[in-house]
Write a protein that binds this ligand. Structure first.
Ligand code: F0G
Length: 450
């Protein structure tokens, strides 16, 4: 693991600032209010380095005091927002002040469902359901912080490339902040619920004739040339917000570290954010060991999983194809950071087929929980690790469900109403206005279930 001094600012660094933006590639520091989408020197990705939280005497805050502060915080703000992101303000954006733009968000549940545990073969499985966020995905945690930064820097417009969830979230938070939002999505490849949200919240929506990777290149060029504030997960403040998934679940587990932390992976922003959260939590003494981070890609969009099997010797790109449109990404942007996250946590990277994703989703849905297809990759990943003997009986496992079941209604209608080969189809039955007809349907269902 890297030394503590690169995790937090040293005592004499950046006087007068709470945080700096540091280039991953050349190490240059930039003021926290610099709005550049990448290092102005070398084009490298920027990361936020905070000053470690201090107590009232100016000494490094003790872990127990920090845990207490996290538990108390936020309702004490004048805004009174009980946000699951801003509760951790000291390690997210300590200088946000009155600029905070919050729904609120976060405070998502950690669920235990016997049906899903039994299917995955893992008694100790907990589901951290990020679909409970205001726009139905984990993106809101990063977006509240990214939008707050847009407000702080006086941005005149904000933009992102997206497979759909980031665009829905950006559209919502931009509307709240009163800043025009611009989104770049692959034409014809965004799930219905996400597109509907993006349009409803009022973002200017560009349907790009290309895939997500094309959209990301285009938005980066447009942001550089047109001076639009970039809100993709390479934005370092978005990463700060997404760290709170980990902080909140550790808090919910009373700061007991799970053995495995499993998440779906596409552009690798979340994998990078989880790694940063864990390194910082460890350096602050909030936790004393690392969970093994497990990033799960769809088999048709799995360059990171392929590279993992070769000890990350090479950075790979693929032409992505999968039913899980959220993670249909072939050239992940946060690659190097995700490699570090994986190495720091003795992590694993898996790929699961579209069939495994659908099987897992059927179980999560039928448990009454529901999630979007990409989210189910994490549960499919748990089952794979149980079967290969890596996850053992007694292990505590948290799988992150990243998005809500209603994000992709088109796929559900197709599976349940249109496809003849779907074994779990729950077909709706059209009837006449008669109790007799109701009784007939019930009788048939009873016979079929017997
Ligand atoms: N799960 C869902 C539901 C997502 O929407 C995404 C990414 C991921 C997992 C993967 O996270 O990219 O950080 O590895 N969605 C982005 C978007 C790309 O534009 O909404 P990642």
């Amino acid at each position: 693991m890297a030394a503590n001094d690169s995790i937090f600012l040293g005592a004499h660094e950046a006087p007068g600032q709470h945080s700096v933006q540091r280039c991953d590639a050349c190490g240059a520091d930039w003021h926290e209010l610099d709005a550049s989408p990448a290092c102005p020197h070398c084009g490298g990705l920027l990361a936020i380095i905070h000053r470690a939280p201090l107590d009232s005497m100016g000494a490094p805050a003790a872990p127990a005091a920090l845990q207490h502060a996290f538990a108390q915080h936020c309702c004490a703000r004048p805004s009174g927002h009980p946000s699951g992101v801003w509760r951790f303000e000291q390690v997210v954006m300590p200088a946000a002040g009155a600029a905070i733009t919050s729904h609120p968000e976060g405070n998502t549940p950690l669920l235990s469902r016997a049906r899903v545990s039994a299917w995955a073969g893992c008694d100790g499985l907990l589901l951290k359901h990020e679909g409970y966020n205001p726009t139905g995905s984990f993106k809101d945690r990063g977006m509240t912080v990214g939008t707050t930064q847009a407000v702080r820097t006086g941005a005149t417009a904000v933009a992102c490339a997206s497979t759909g969830n980031t665009s829905a979230s950006l559209a919502s938070y931009a509307a709240q902040a009163g800043i025009p939002g611009l989104v770049f999505v692959p034409a014809g490849k965004v799930a219905l619920g996400k597109m509907a949200q993006t349009l409803a919240y009022g973002a200017t929506t560009l349907l790009v004739r290309g895939d997500f990777d094309d959209c990301l290149r285009l938005v980066q060029d447009a942001s550089r040339e047109l001076g639009i504030y970039l809100l993709n997960s390479i934005n370092p403040w978005r990463v700060e917000g997404q760290k709170t998934i980990v902080l909140e679940l550790l808090q919910q587990m009373d700061w007991h570290v799970p053995d495995f932390l499993v998440l779906p992976a596409g552009n690798l922003g979340n994998t990078a954010a989880f790694g940063k959260a864990l390194r910082e939590a460890h350096a602050l003494g909030l936790i004393h060991r690392m969970p093994r981070l497990v990033s799960v890609q769809a088999a048709g969009a799995a360059p990171f999983a392929t590279a993992f099997r070769d000890s990350f010797r090479e950075r790979l790109r693929v032409q992505a194809e999968t039913i899980a449109t959220a993670i249909r990404i072939g050239d992940p942007a946060s690659w190097d950071r995700a490699v570090r996250a994986s190495r720091d946590t003795d992590g694993l990277v898996l790929s699961v087929t579209d069939e495994e994703i659908i099987d897992a989703k059927v179980q999560v849905d039928a448990a009454g929980v529901g999630c979007e297809p990409a989210s189910a990759a994490s549960v499919a990943g748990v089952r794979q690790l149980v079967r290969s003997g890596v996850i053992r009986s007694g292990d505590r496992v948290v799988a992150v469900l990243t998005g809500h079941v209603l994000k992709d209604p088109g796929m559900l209608v197709e599976l349940h109403q249109q496809r003849d080969d779907f074994a779990h189809a729950n077909r709706p039955v059209e009837i006449e206005v008669s109790v007799r007809a109701v009784a007939d349907v019930l009788a048939r269902r009873t016979r079929e279930g017997a």
